[in-house]
Design a protein around this ligand. Structure first.
Ligand code: C2O
Length: 514
């Protein structure tokens, strides 16, 4: 294993991926942001300098376990203070897993302004072979900067303002661009790592006349499964192997198409680019075929079914279950008439001091008491070794892609869409008796409108573990909670807070001890 060091200066860059010029958050003067590439076992050091001037920042490494390094997880006011303008901050952790991940800003919707990129961990013992590897990112793109859109989304519900509707993206991008040419040679096996870095839209993805064999989802190797289309919610990843054609007689189109289920027609501009094409270019002297038409949600429901994937290790359900936590998901107007999301009727509001620092500095006899973390962060304390089932019931009519930091959870049960106007479908009381033999594992799962899911994980990663909807608008609307995972063991770990972490707090007058 080696140490990979990245020095990233974060700053505004002028970009126009769909022809419309705006500012994006770039790295070292470049946008799209670079890929973070490493091998399993490597130590990664990322030195971040915030040169944005007008915004704080922070980086989350999506799907990374952070065993013993919770202070490097990245969400602002959870495991660190946001990095103030002008400051430098160091992330330093070791990679203990393999596969396809990504990194993104974890403060105030900033990743929707472009601060997002692939994170790929190579595995010398990967259980499949291929000749070439290509990373493809899918993303939704807005013409207006995120802070304005958040303000609009969280403005009081009002028919003219449509304050309750999520802002609709202006465009879809592949590799943060339109019409990307992917050079392809005949007769080869290509590993495509496909990452949905969208802030809102789920995406359908398809190669024209090339089947995909799915071999990994969210960092978990799966039994190979042939499909011709995949569906990725915000934050999900799929690795697929594609055999190229035996000759270079022609070129082929590739399409990513946003699912518009949650786009309120009242706020959807007429001219959005709902889909984007890229091209498999076998021979650049030959013409490109016509673009593919946007993918129609209604005829493609089948590609949404990720329950068909089975982890390659056939891991059985963890057990016995020692804790069952019912979570009710809701959206409703608060007293100020803002559209707020909640778990068990609590909307998340960030604390005054990052939750991790509260846990580290608490007296040992209080650290397991949820009250010290503040009711507005929706804290749930979990003891080391506990096997937890989250029994999630969605009282909202929209589907939500839920993400648990630092774990790959097992999907024990999931319903399809519930009735349009509720009430939601109920979790079968005997769900434990119906567990799949080898449940799918991943880190981001779609739960359908008025539907439910049961997900299971083992408490093995002391630290503060966020659980939230990965639609960035819904994070801003408070659809987040924090697990205080094994705080007693966390205190014994003696985590080292680099000076840059203390400085970030101090510069903003946030007092931390220890
Ligand atoms: Cu990619 Cu808190 O998440």
């Amino acid at each position: 294993a080696k140490t990979v060091t990245y020095n990233w200066e974060v700053d505004w860059v002028s970009v126009s991926p769909d022809g419309y010029v705006r500012s994006a958050v770039g790295i070292n003067g470049q946008w799209p942001c670079p890929s973070l590439l490493a091998d399993v076992g490597d130590r990664v050091i990322v030195n971040v300098k915030n040169s944005l001037v007008n915004e704080t920042t922070s980086i989350h490494f999506h799907g990374i376990f952070q065993h013993g390094s919770n202070q490097m997880d990245g969400p602002a006011m959870v495991t660190q203070c946001p990095i103030p303008p002008g400051e430098t901050f160091t992330y330093d952790f070791t990679l203990q897993q393999t596969g396809t991940y990504w990194y993104h800003a974890h403060v105030g919707g900033q990743y929707m302004d472009g601060f997002r990129g692939p994170l790929v961990i190579h595995d010398p013992k990967a259980p499949f072979s291929y000749d070439e590897e290509v990373v493809l990112t899918l993303s939704d793109w807005y013409h207006i900067q995120a802070p304005y859109l958040i303000q609009y989304f969280q403005s009081p519900l009002n028919e003219n303002l449509h304050g309750g509707s999520e802002p609709v993206p202006n465009a879809t991008l592949i590799n943060e661009a339109q019409n990307v040419h992917i050079p392809i040679e005949p007769n080869k096996a290509y590993l495509f790592r496909i990452i949905n870095m969208s802030g809102f839209a789920a995406q359908y993805f398809q190669f024209d006349q090339h089947e995909m064999s799915v071999v990994e989802i969210d960092g978990v190797y799966t039994h190979a499964h042939q499909v011709n289309q995949i569906f990725l919610t915000a934050a999900q990843r799929y690795s697929v192997i594609v055999k190229s054609k035996p000759n270079n007689n022609q070129n082929y189109a590739v399409i990513a198409s946003m699912n518009d289920d949650m786009f309120d027609p009242g706020v959807t501009p007429d001219d959005i680019d709902q889909s984007v094409n890229a091209w498999l270019v076998y021979d650049n002297t030959k013409p490109l075929p016509p673009p593919l038409q946007p993918i129609d949600d209604d005829v493609t429901q089948q590609s949404e079914d990720d329950m068909v994937f089975v982890p390659l290790d056939n891991q059985k359900p963890l057990g016995p279950v020692t804790m069952q936590i019912p979570l009710q998901v809701n959206f409703s107007a608060n007293a100020q008439n803002q559209n707020r999301g909640s778990f068990n009727n609590i909307s998340y509001n960030a604390p005054q001091v990052p939750t991790l620092y509260t846990a580290l500095s608490a007296p040992a006899d209080l650290v397991n008491n949820p009250l010290i973390y503040g009711a507005n962060t929706n804290p749930i304390v979990l003891k080391m070794g506990e096997v937890v089932d989250l029994l999630i019931t969605n009282y909202d009519g929209g589907a939500h892609p839920f993400h648990l930091h630092a774990h790959q959870f097992q999907v024990i049960a999931r319903s399809s869409w519930g009735p349009d106007n509720g009430p939601p479908l109920e979790i079968p009381t005997d769900y434990l008796a119906q567990e799949p033999a080898a449940p799918m594992r991943r880190d981001t799962l779609l739960i359908y409108g008025n539907g439910y899911a049961v997900i299971r994980f083992k408490v093995n990663d002391p630290g503060i573990t966020l659980f939230h909807c990965h639609i960035e608008w819904h994070v801003e609307a408070g659809l987040t909670l924090v697990f205080i995972e094994a705080p007693t063991e966390l205190q014994k770990m003696k985590l080292v807070l680099p000076q840059s972490h203390k400085d970030a707090c101090q510069k903003q007058g946030i007092s931390i001890t220890g």
